[in-house]
Design a binder for this molecule. Sequence first.
Ligand code: SAM
Length: 285
Amino acid sequence: MLKPRIAKREVTLHILRAFGLHTSKRLGQNFLVDETVVDRIVAAAGVTPGDAVLEIGPGIGTLTQGLAEAGAKVVAVELDRRLVEVLADTLAGYDNVRVVHGDILKTDISREMATASFKVVANLPYYITTPILMAILEQRLPVSVLVTMVQKEVAERMVAAPGGKDYGALSVAVQYYTAPEIAFHVPPQAFIPAPAVDSAVIRCVVRREPPVAVMNEATFFRVVKAAFAQRRKTLANAFKGAGLVAAEAAAILAAAGVDSGRRGETLSLAEFAAVANAWEENKAQ
Ligand code: SAM
């Protein structure tokens, strides 16, 4: 279908004016006005006709239009009721798009996406990037790939390797569930209004199996959380903070072959798994 592209500055300004809309900072509304960026997001997600796609926060339909033109079957969840009304107009005629009014964090995604597999593609509202990503990953939905615009610093944390300041609980969780890579960077001028931060599109291919063998995932994530809760502390001290007595912490780390003087931020996923498994075995004793 040939409709004017929404991802243009003048078209977006026209839509905002026509509907008397003011973007909401609180809801993280920064609309894309660069069609190259939209095309690159669609390409990074490898969208082919018939693909089921969940879009989070369609806004005025900018990225949704790119996905629809690529032939995807899109379910787009938008929290702002005013925008749901706008979308009925801007996306009129795309019968491969279904807009759902709601908060993505309260949406029953498996009910909305009743397909064997789907992709998640979004220019995320930055104020809740991490809760959204974690909710999707932890639910173990049948997602093949997530391609999302996030704040550049968040993207760097997601792909960070052990040892640096960017490496933290988010890095471990994202890398446990997916193989992430930064697809490309996006400057503030690509949006209306321009955000105060740089952005990046991150592509996370969801793993079929975790990259490390973990006996109990809850324990694994508890260990990761404890290790980073006080990241300047040694593991032995951080674990004491998490309720272990010193002797137990020392025994667990010894069993895992990890020096108790190390800090959590230096541990690889495999080392976190070894510690978590030793912790689990310690519980069983
Ligand atoms: N996709 C559009 C684009 O690329 O121009 C808009 C992206 S804008 C960064 C984020 C969108 O997420 C806004 O439309 C905002 O209203 C919506 N949003 C914010 N919080 C949400 C939530 N909890 N659930 C669903 N949508 C939300």
